[in-house]
Design a protein around this ligand. Structure first.
Ligand SMILES: Nc1nc2c(ncn2[C@@H]2O[C@H](COP(=O)(O)OP(=O)(O)OP(=O)(O)O)[C@@H](O)[C@H]2O)c(=O)[nH]1
Ligand SMILES: [Mg+2]
Length: 345
């Protein structure tokens, strides 16, 4: 799963990327978009690792993409189109909005900045959708077979976009399999990151402003400094600035939620491992995420909820207390399930 970072020039995209990836700009490639793998912090994985003492502990991961530094966004221009093309293949977007005073520069205008990019994404989608509708109509005139269902969906998109609504507010369109190939920007899940002044820990508020569900406030510059500290120094720093948890962790957790992902765990071959899957995945498909053979030869899934394991203190004890369930392929995997797949090949 990959999230693309977007935002106006000097909004703090590089600062946020640096914090997320705990890397330094002098380590970054000079060309092309930057793509970084970020491990998803999860206290449950730490606890499982303590319990089972495996040789190897593997956290789940996400990828973040920072568009090439030279593709500066320019309202409605070539730079904007280049930027959109770089993030189009991403599964979701992270929009960094400047909410700090630039040195000797403009006061922050988060609302205006937010709308500017949102409108541009809608406009970019509108162009894609209009072109495609034209094309389908042309093909039909030439007597070629066209998909009425696709045309209907595109026309519905056109109407939404003309009303300047993002497609993500219309799930039946945003998740329509027939439209997936168009990678429409306004259909992608969006996390808004307000990059605040050092003293400011709040989300900006105005009528219709993004709420906690899909936005978070970070203090980019402060957090960048934090990411460079040792864990002990960081703890002191967090307390001094009343930071609840590091922006890095909050951004990653929000990203997982945004993508509708849940975690399940496996403990096999001296390895504790966390896997991310979409909510409502069946045990059969979860097995397939690990290995296609495991799906093909699926017999049953031994499932123990993480919380039950934590209470019982050991797998054996949880088994004794009948907390370990034997589930079939249609079982819906729950966040925090510790699963042992029985399969044959
Ligand atoms: N005061 C303050 N300054 C910040 C904050 N975040 C970033 N900056 C500063 O703002 C400037 C721009 O930050 P960058 O991270 O380079 O922004 P960017 O979006 O990557 O910029 P471009 O790549 O040029 O579009 C830098 O001088 C940062 O040090 C913040 O939270 N507070
Ligand atoms: Mg930058």
């Amino acid at each position: 799963m990959r999230l693309g970072i977007i935002g106006l020039p000097a909004s703090g995209k590089s600062t946020i990327f640096q914090t997320l990836t705990q890397s330094k700009p002098d380590q970054w490639a000079k060309k092309g978009p930057l793509i970084a793998t970020v491990w998803v912090p999860d206290g449950r994985v730490d606890a499982l690792s303590m319990l089972f003492k495996p040789k190897k502990t593997v956290y789940a991961h996400l990828e973040y993409l920072l568009p090439h530094g030279e593709t500066a966004y320019d309202h409605g221009g070539k730079g904007a189109e280049a930027l959109w093309n770089e993030v189009r293949p991403c599964d979701a977007l992270v929009h960094v909005v400047r909410n700090f005073q630039q040195l000797g520069g403009e006061a922050p205008q988060p609302r205006g900045d937010l709308l500017k990019l949102a409108t541009d994404m809608i406009f970019s989608d509108l162009v894609v959708v209009e072109k495609r509708i034209e094309r389908i109509n042309l093909d039909r005139k030439r007597g070629q077979k066209v998909s009425d269902e696709e045309l209907e969906l595109l026309q519905a998109c056109l109407k939404v976009l003309e009303d300047e609504d993002p497609l993500r507010e219309h799930p039946e369109l945003a998740f329509a399999p027939l439209l997936k190939g168009y990678a429409l920007l306004s259909a992608k899940p969006l996390l808004t990151v307000f990059n605040n002044e050092e003293q400011d820990e709040n989300l900006p508020g105005w009528q219709g402003a993004p709420t906690l569900a899909n936005a978070l406030a970070v203090r980019g510059k402060l957090e960048r400094e934090l990411a460079e500290l040792s864990p002990e120094d960081a703890a002191e720093f967090l307390a001094a600035y009343r930071v609840e948890s590091p922006a890095r962790e909050r951004m990653i957790q929000h990203s997982c939620r945004l993508l509708g992902l849940i975690s399940f765990f496996t403990v096999v071959h001296e390895e504790v491992r966390c896997w991310l899957i979409p909510r409502d995945t069946t045990a059969l498909d979860a097995a397939g995420v690990i290995h296609s053979d495991m799906k093909k030869g699926f017999i049953r899934a031994e499932v123990l909820a993480y919380d039950d394991l934590a209470v019982a203190g050991s797998y054996q004890q949880a088994k004794k207390e009948a907390k370990v369930g034997l589930e079939g392929k249609d079982y819906t995997v729950q966040d925090g399930d510790v699963i042992y797949f029985r399969f044959n090949v």
